[in-house]
Design a protein around this ligand. Structure first.
Ligand code: PAF
Length: 285
């Protein structure tokens, strides 16, 4: 496995792989890798990638001043070991200066898709994400890029980004990986005390109940939201949103729904967790 720290070296390694006829698979991450990330590497192979590149970069642009950039877990050695064991071909692990050298001043922003949900609570977050991912797409070139659907809104807007800018990138969203008890895997789960982890299960409980109601025929948007909100409000310290939205546009839905995604963001202690379930599409949490 090759490990590079400089953008130019990363671009050259991707170009060299394509020159041998390989299809490049890209898995952008912020490190602190867990099984959820590693399943994206497997998915890239299922999508036909024969050369898989993982990027590890805690992107300062996507954290607001009061957020957890300083305490975000950084576990590079363990991450490299995990990538090696999973058959990754190339890791790009730049430092802040390599990605944002002096004079850097370009921001990539998307429109409507960034406004609801996360956009309300983290107004500067998505422009940080789309700026860094545009750079990663530009450096990688033609590829299939795999993102976790736990960041559902991020996945949808990155699909849009590749489409709108005619980038030679096939964006794929991979299903959420959960612990046996339903907790969605997240690098931030390591912040949770055992009491907080227990309370965090309320999201999966709520989504599971909504999923059962959906399969029993319930289609009322407000009622589905209430099924999730109940346990989340009881167990979490504060709730940013429990919402039901149209999967492709993330517009809020009302009345009777046919295609819908339930999305949750809530705080337990100092940790903010997000989760979602596309009704009728995703398996029960
Ligand atoms: O989902 C993440 O880990 C990050 O937002 C991403 C896509 C790697 C961009 O920094």
């Amino acid at each position: 496995m090759q490990v590079v720290r400089e953008p130019k070296a990363f671009r050259e390694a991707c170009e060299a792989a394509r020159a041998t006829g390989a299809r490049v698979g890209l898995v952008p991450t912020m490190g602190a890798l867990h099984e959820g990330h590693l399943s994206l590497v497997d998915r890239a192979a299922e999508e036909g990638a024969t050369f898989r590149a993982v990027t590890i970069f805690v992107n300062p642009l996507q954290f607001a001043a009061h957020e957890d950039l300083g305490r975000y877990p950084r576990t590079l050695e363990a991450d490299l070991e995990a990538c090696r064991a999973r058959g990754v071909d190339l890791v790009f692990a730049p430092d802040d200066g390599a990605m944002y050298p002096p004079g850097f001043q370009t921001t990539v922003t998307l429109g409507e898709l960034t406004k609801p949900l996360e956009g309300v609570h983290r107004p500067t977050h998505f422009s940080g994400v789309t700026t860094v991912v545009t750079k990663l797409f530009a450096l990688t070139g033609k590829c299939v890029a795999v993102f976790g659907r736990k960041d559902y809104q991020q996945w949808r807007l990155l699909e849009r980004l590749a489409l709108d800018l005619d980038l030679p990138v096939d964006v794929v969203g991979h299903r959420i990986v959960r612990e046996e008890d339903g907790l969605a895997l997240s690098s931030r789960n390591r912040y949770l005390s055992s009491d907080e982890r227990q309370r965090a299960l309320a999201i999966a409980r709520g989504l599971r109940a909504a999923n059962e109601a959906w399969h029993a025929g319930m289609r009322d948007a407000a009622a589905l939201v209430e099924i999730v909100r109940g346990p989340v409000e009881t167990s979490f310290d504060s709730v940013d949103y429990v919402a039901i939205a149209k999967p492709t546009t993330l517009e809020t839905l009302e009345g009777s729904v046919t295609e819908a995604v339930l999305l949750v963001a809530a705080h337990v202690g100092r940790t903010r967790l997000i989760d979602n379930l596309e009704l009728g599409v995703d398996p029960a949490p």
